[in-house]
Ligand binder design. Structure first.
Ligand code: ADP
Length: 222
């Protein structure tokens, strides 16, 4: 599946580049001869081409996760604090908050773990209820060998029938006009957690909020 994704997305890039270039040229050279409906249609093609490019790039990124398996100690407190700083503008705009528990040091790939926390936090802020500010919590429960993390939000929630579906590529529960996205974020998360030998799952109440859980190995080196 991963080889297929990698090959397919490589091969798709070439014709998409041609379509993108041609649409751009048609717009530049001939759009004066188009009536309003024609211009609108050209606009749709251009928007769809851009989205297709984003999706193909997302697929390639997905297939590349795990290529460089550098495993080291990762301080999750430090990691999550720096990620939250990147969301400062979004938090200010929505009057949101991210509470960070005392998080442990784990064994893992720092780039992938950043991507994992970043996607979950980003989703928690994005899928918020329109009438309240987002409040997120990043928690950790430690056992002797493992840590169970939880990224909890007070957002729109997910129906239990969709718990499995959302971790597959391109599976989304909303239109892009409503909430923008590619439907790849949680597929990245699942791949990253599984590469680390852990599990990821969700518990949610529709209209109340969601908790995304995942497990990682604790650092054995001190
Ligand atoms: P994207 O965010 O690009 O749509 P994801 O793979 O990250 O893709 O998520 C898949 C779908 O799962 C989302 O489109 C949304 O419907 C649902 N989802 C993900 N995170 C949340 C969340 N925190 N609250 C509610 N729904 C969510």
């Amino acid at each position: 599946m991963e080889r297929f994704t990698s090959i397919a997305s490589h091969d798709l890039q070439e014709p998409m580049r041609t379509i993108g270039n041609m649409v751009h040229l048609i717009g530049k050279k001939y759009s004066e001869n188009f009536d309003d409906q024609g211009k609108k249609m050209l606009d749709y093609v251009s928007t769809a081409t851009k989205r297709m490019n984003i999706l193909i790039k997302g697929l390639l990124d997905f297939s590349r996760i795990g290529n460089k398996r550098v495993i080291q100690k990762v301080d999750c407190n430090e990691l999550v604090e720096t990620i939250v700083l990147d969301f400062e503008a979004a938090l200010k705009a929505s009057n949101g908050k991210v509470k960070i528990d005392n998080l442990p040091v784990v064994e893992g790939n720092p780039v992938e773990l950043r991507m994992l926390f970043q996607n979950l936090i980003s989703n928690g802020l994005k899928f918020r209820k329109s009438d309240s500010s987002p409040v997120l919590e990043v928690l950790a429960i430690e056992s002797e060998t493992h840590v169970e993390f939880c990224v909890k939000d007070n957002g729109i929630g997910i129906d239990s029938k969709d718990y499995e579906k959302i971790f597959y590529i391109f599976q989304r529960l909303h239109h892009t006009e409503q909430y923008e996205g590619t439907g790849l974020g949680l597929a990245y998360c699942r791949k990253i957690v599984e590469l680390h030998g852990g599990k990821i799952w969700i518990d949610s109440i529709n209209g109340v909020g969601s908790s995304f859980y995942f497990t990682l190995s604790k650092s054995k080196r001190s």
